[in-house]
Design a protein around this ligand. Structure first.
Ligand code: ATP
Ligand code: MG
Length: 256
């Protein structure tokens, strides 16, 4: 599942880390791929990116296999394919490469069976890295921040999804839209949530992620909220998101 929205600071990384960690603590084998040169998912999980160390960059340019660069995190079932600053140059380097849009998909294919869920944290752009994520994914999770400009740019994101579907990955679909940084005290948050629900309908998670200081503090300790403060409202919300995520992926089991 690619976690993408070319708008910056909407909660992509926070969602990648905390949905991943929550699923992992439920016993699911989770791989989180940090596909953002900023490396926030890596540092947020306490993984120090050493200069010259191997990262997803080496995988994309064809110098390493994915399983060679995967590292453990503080949680048992959660492993990380770290980013590095080299990734910033990868888009340019990949331009002349064969099947440049399918390089992540090709890297994931041999290890896909090793995991129950693979999450890809995308950078705030619709460049070649994000296209690789969309080409590799079965589905897309779009975090949307409950603020005034929330809908801005979503049209462009939908256009990119259509293009990827037509040319690279016909199976790609929107697996979910997650409302983040919801502020119960403001009418604006409620209005934006209503607008997004009107636009995306059932695809919007019922759970809304509240604005929570604890969620923003956790990355500086290199911990998912599950470890940092598991009773905080943000932690509880991400647990509900994980439940909804699992329900959406196991309709048969739910019916039994
Ligand atoms: P980028 O586009 O730069 O990759 P992003 O979409 O990955 O950003 P995050 O890094 O997850 O967004 O979040 C942006 C900032 O907001 C971070 O400082 C994060 O800690 C904070 N944040 C995310 N979600 C919440 C929340 N629910 N409550 C409070 N702060 C939050
Ligand atoms: Mg991010």
């Amino acid at each position: 599942m690619a976690i993408a929205n070319q708008k910056g600071g909407v909660g992509k990384t926070t969602t990648a880390i905390n949905l991943g960690a929550t699923l992992a603590s439920e016993g699911h084998r989770v791989l989180l791929v940090d596909l953002d040169p900023q490396g926030n998912a890596s540092t947020g999980l306490g993984v120090r990116i050493v200069d010259g160390g191997r990262s997803i960059y080496n995988v994309l340019i064809g110098h390493s296999a994915l399983d060679e660069i995967v590292v453990p995190t503080g949680l048992n079932n959660l492993v990380l394919a770290p980013s590095s600053i080299d990734l910033a140059g990868a888009e340019l380097e990949m331009v002349s490469m064969l099947s440049r849009e399918q390089r992540l998909a090709a890297a994931i294919a041999p290890v896909a069976e090793d995991y129950d869920t693979i999450l890809v944290d995308c950078a705030p752009s619709l460049g070649l890295l994000t296209i690789n994520a969309l080409a590799a994914a079965d589905e897309l999770l779009i975090p949307v921040q409950c603020e005034f400009y929330a809908l801005e740019g979503l049209g462009q994101l939908m256009d990119s999804i259509d293009l990827v579907r037509e040319s690279l990955n016909s199976g790609l679909h929107i697996g979910g839209v997650l409302l983040t940084m919801f502020d119960t005290r403001t009418k604006l948050s409620t209005d934006v949530a209503t607008q997004i629900r009107n636009y995306f309908g059932e695809r919007v998670f019922r759970t809304v992620i509240p604005r929570s200081i604890r969620l923003s503090e956790a990355p500086s300790y290199g911990e998912p909220i599950e470890l940092y403060d598991r009773m905080s409202p943000g932690a509880v919300a991400y647990r509900y998101v994980a439940i909804e995520f699992l329900q959406r992926h196991r309709p048969q089991e739910q019916e039994r």
